[in-house]
Design a protein around this ligand. Structure first.
Ligand code: PMP
Length: 384
C-alpha cells in the first residue's frame, strides 16, 4: 500500500537526503514505479487527449446498473480478462471504483445487513494486507468490524472473509480458511496477473476485486474494478460509491481503458510491434527475485519463502511465484527485523502490521531500478 510508513516518521525529503554518506533506502511502500520502463518504451501509444467539452456529465451509461461505468473501460476489462484467462467476466456485473480500496469499502457496505443486531465480523488469514484492519475500522461503522486472523476466528454468526490471492505480503496462493457456513467471501485478486504468479484457472468467485495499480502499474490513476455475481450486491456497491463520491472519475476511466487496450494489443497471439506487457514485466520480476535470492544467500542472515512452481496457462511455461513483495525473515536472534534493517538504513514494514511476527518484514519489489539495486546491494553486505 502506498500509505506512509506506519513505523517511521521520516518525510520523503529525509529519505532522499544523504545520511552519514549512506542514503536511506525506502522499500516500505508498494509504489509500482518499476512499470515506468515499459510505458516509456511504448511511448505515445497510451497518450489520450480529452477536450474541455468532454466528460462534463456525472453519468456514463444510465442503462447500466453501474451508471458511472464508462462503456469503453468496461469493454477493455472484459477483453483483458479474456486475453489473460485469469477471471470469468460472464455472469458478473462490473463495478468501477476509485482504486480497489474504495471497492473494498463498497463491498463491506453491500455485504453487511442494515438491521443486524451487531456489526458483521471481517477476517483474513494472517499475514494479511496491513490496510484491511485500518480501512475496516476507520469510521467505526455499526455495520462491520475487523475481527482479525481468519485462522483463529471462532465466533458464531455471519462473517466476511477476505481472500487475497496471491497474498500481500507473502505471495502465497490462497483459499478461504474459515471452515463453516454463514461466511461471505471477498476475493482480492490484485496480484493475480502473470508477472507475479502462474495463471492456473480463470477465477469465477462471487465477488472479485482487481486494480490497475498492480496490474499495469497505474496506481496514480486510482482505478479498480469489481466483478460481482449477485445483482443486489452489485447495486448496493454502486449505491455506496454514489453516496461516497457520486461516481468515479471519467478521465481516469478513459485513461485506464486506453492502458488496458494497449496491454491486450501488446499480447495479441498474432504478435505486435511491442513486447507483450506481461512477458516484459514477468522478466523484470524474475531478474529482481534472482538478485534478491543471491543477496539473501550472500548475507546469511535472512530467508525468503520458497513457493512451488506452477504451469501458467497464459505464458505457456512453468515458473515459481515472484510476488510484488518479499516476505523477508530475519534469522538467528534478531527479533525485530524492521528495527534491525532500519539500523542498516533500510526502511521496511514490520510483520506485526500484517498480524504476524516482528521477525518478518515486507519489502516492495516494485520500486525503480536505482532504488531496488541499492537495496539488494546493501542487503547482501549485512553479514552475521
Ligand atoms: N488490495 C491489495 C491486496 C493491495 O496490495 C492493494 C495495494 N497495495 C490494494 C488492494 C489497493 O489497491 P488500489 O490502489 O487499487 O486502491
Amino acid at each position: 500500500s502506498p500509505s506512509p510508513s506506519p513505523s517511521s516518521s521520516l518525510t520523503s525529503t529525509d529519505i532522499q537526503s544523504q545520511d552519514g554518506g549512506e542514503r536511506i533506502i525506502n522499500v516500505d511502500h508498494g509504489d509500482p514505479t518499476m512499470y515506468e520502463k515499459y510505458w516509456q518504451k511504448v511511448g505515445d501509444k497510451t497518450t489520450i487527449v480529452i477536450p474541455g467539452w468532454q466528460s462534463l456529465s456525472y453519468f456514463s451509461d444510465v442503462r447500466n446498473l453501474c451508471w458511472f461505468l464508462e462503456p469503453e473501460f468496461a469493454k477493455e476489462v472484459v477483453r483483458l480478462h479474456k486475453v489473460v484467462g485469469n477471471a470469468i467476466t460472464e455472469n458478473h456485473h462490473i463495478v468501477v471504483g476509485t482504486g480497489s480500496t474504495q471497492l473494498f469499502q463498497a463491498a463491506l457496505y453491500a455485504l453487511s445487513s442494515q438491521d443486524a443486531s451487531e456489526p458483521i465480523s471481517v477476517v483474513s488469514a494472517a499475514p494479511y494486507y496491513s490496510s484491511y484492519p485500518s480501512i475496516t475500522d476507520c469510521v467505526k461503522s455499526r455495520l462491520y468490524k475487523w475481527a482479525g486472523d481468519a485462522k483463529r476466528f471462532n465466533k458464531d454468526g455471519p462473517y466476511i472473509e477476505l481472500v487475497t490471492s496471491p497474498n500481500n505480503p507473502d505471495g502465497s496462493v490462497r483459499q478461504s480458511v474459515v471452515n463453516r457456513s454463514g461466511g461471505i467471501l471477498v476475493h482480492d485478486l490484485a496480484y493475480y496477473w502473470p508477472q507475479y504468479t502462474s495463471i492456473t484457472y480463470p477465477a469465477d468467485h462471487d465477488l472479485m476485486l482487481f486494480t490497475v495499480s498492480k496490474s499495469t502499474g497505474h496506481a496514480g490513476t486510482r482505478i479498480g474494478w469489481a466483478l460481482v455475481k449477485d445483482t443486489e450486491v452489485a447495486k448496493k456497491m454502486t449505491k455506496y460509491i454514489e453516496l461516497n463520491t457520486i461516481g468515479v472519475s471519467k478521465d481516469s476511466q478513459l485513461r485506464a481503458a486506453k492502458v488496458l487496450k494497449v496491454v491486450s494489443d501488446s499480447c495479441k497471439p498474432s504478435g505486435s510491434e511491442d513486447e507483450c506487457f506481461f512477458e516484459f514485466t514477468n522478466h523484470q520480476m524474475s531478474t529482481r527475485w534472482k538478485q534478491l535470492r543471491m543477496a539473501v544467500q550472500k548475507s546469511g542472515l535472512f530467508s525468503v519463502p520458497e513457493l512451488p512452481s506452477q504451469f501458467c496457462t497464459f505464458l505457456g511455461r512453468a515458473f515459481e511465484p515472484q510476488p510484488a513483495f518479499a516476505w523477508l525473515k530475519c534469522e538467528q536472534e534478531i527479533e525485530d527485523c524492521e528495527s534491525f534493517l532500519k539500523g542498516n538504513k533500510i526502511l521496511t514494514r514490520s510483520g506485526k502490521h500484517f498480524g504476524f511476527s516482528p521477525k518478518y518484514v515486507r519489502i516492495s519489489m516494485l520500486d525503480r531500478d536505482e532504488n531496488y539495486n541499492l537495496f539488494v546491494q546493501r542487503l547482501s553486505k549485512i553479514l552475521s
